[in-house]
Design a binder for this molecule. Sequence first.
Ligand code: ADP
Ligand code: MG
Length: 624
Amino acid sequence: MTEERLSFQAEVSRLLDIVAHSLYSEKEVFLRELVSNASDACDRLRYAALTQPELTAGDADLGITLLVDKEARTLTVADNGIGMNREDLVENLGTIARSGTAAFMRGMTGDAKKDVSLIGQFGVGFYSAFMVADRVEVLTRKAGEEQGWRWTSDGKGEFTIGEADGAARGTRVVLHLREGDDEYLEETRLSTIVRKYSDHIAIPIRFGAGESVKTLNSASALWMRSKSEVTEEQYREFYHHAGHAFDDPWLTIHWRAEGAIEYTNLLFVPSMKPFDLFDPKRAHRVKLYVKRVFITDGAEGLVPPYLRFLKGVVDSEDLPLNISREMLQHNPMLSKIRSGITRRVLNELGKKAGDPESADAYATFWENFGAVLKEGLYEDFEHRKELLKLLRFRTTHGDGLVSLDEYVGRMKEGQEAIFTISGDDAESLKKSPQLEGFRARGVEVLLLTDPVDEFWVPSVGEYEGKRFKSVTKGGADLGRIKAADDAGTPKPEEPPADALDSLLALFKLTLGSSVKDVRRSERLTDSAVCLVADETDMDMHLERLLKQHKQLGADGATRILELNPAHPLVVRLAERAKANGADPDLGEVAWLLLDQARIVEGDPVPDPAAFARRLSALVAKGLA
Ligand code: ADP
Ligand code: MG
């Protein structure tokens, strides 16, 4: 019989090194991982057998068996599921395919103590067997195939694969226990571990062989049990298993829909953001079952893409069992289930959002998934109203999150619009010159920092009759809003109107087609100048985004330059314009101020050399 020796992928070797040398105190999680794999293997076989019943011929009672041999000091985890052939073994038990394990590798810090505690959190799948075993053998035969295979490894960089004749269908993982790990030969210990981590597994987990077989778990699908029978702990373990997750659920939603169509749902909102949330495929992670039989992961159309952060199970009583994954999408039942799920999930999120006690928890959810939820505002008109209630914003008032209702509730007298400003992050947005006039009047502005904001805001347009309006676009509309301290502080001194008009005219003439207009600003109080977009032009931030993503050529719309008439520099310039008319120095200042406004906006300066030359020349004059 030939046996081949192969090397583990480098990452696996690194992982195994940590696993073997860790003094991780809860090593028992290895059993959770192996049982979880065995259960998945049975689910996959049951699905395959829907169309190929011969696959389970002779042994249709799918289950998991734990066997111990005290003399040989081995613990065996056996299943009669789908099994693996040679290629499967190389691929699955030689590389890191699983997302949880990959996340574990990314999370590693190099600090042994911290890294070890990560094992318990992430689980490291099959490889966790090496926490308790110094040698692991896998005997397996794939359903529908004749040839069986033996895989062995001592977890030190290499493994072997050879043919194994007479292997039963499914997989037996034999652990040669390490010195000191004899506890995993005791039935009571194994039984406790199974009940702690694996009670939710829907197929039986048995202990022993022959006469003395005992079933250790409840062996009924967890989602079919009534809520009152399921503990928090069990929900959590189920979430880890079904969702291949390593965090805890942020929200658990378990209910049965009864009526025209019947289905049971056990859905979870994670407490951590998965790394592939913004993958272009926008796939969800809900498993579809039909009458307890696993059909598929991430069935298209089962969950709207903007709720793709959901994990868990939907089990339908009405869908045909032999439905192919391809036909599923077109089944009208599926869209009914989707509406039901959507309504329920939005309703549950609404309860959390509306409960002041949950404000902190809701903020966590919002930071993780708010940007995804917003996609629903332009994709799902039917639920727009509910979605708008779920929105939260950072604003110019404080650091907390604000709902649209709160915003509208504290709008100023005379304020008609919901003001917004878009950019990459809240902290730098708060420093935008365009906000100065709003701040002076105590007018709150929403800080929009998600790229998706550029899509839903124009699509939604208004909230409670108040339209959304960017403060970097068009007129500032501040005239009608009373300044917070109108009575107290005296108005800052402005140049006479004719002087300012001469300055504006001179700037316009100098800057020509580089600007759309030059005008006096209502929105500035501290800065001398700023750029704004014309009412009908594209928002400046959106234009930058599109350019970054090469959706737009280098040249965009020209902007309006606004001057703050109360700024001492503008006052001086206006006086000079009135006295001297077309003074060449004033022309140079016009260009300098335009570049300055571009810099503050984060726009490139088209001719940096000219900018530097002008700046040096003027400073030199000033110093002379
Ligand atoms: P995960 O279960 O998250 O995919 P694991 O490291 O636990 O990661 O397992 C790796 C892969 O090995 C599984 O995805 C599966 O394809 C295969 N595998 C492990 N155990 C079994 C088993 N008992 N039967 C069939 N395939 C298995
Ligand atoms: Mg696994």
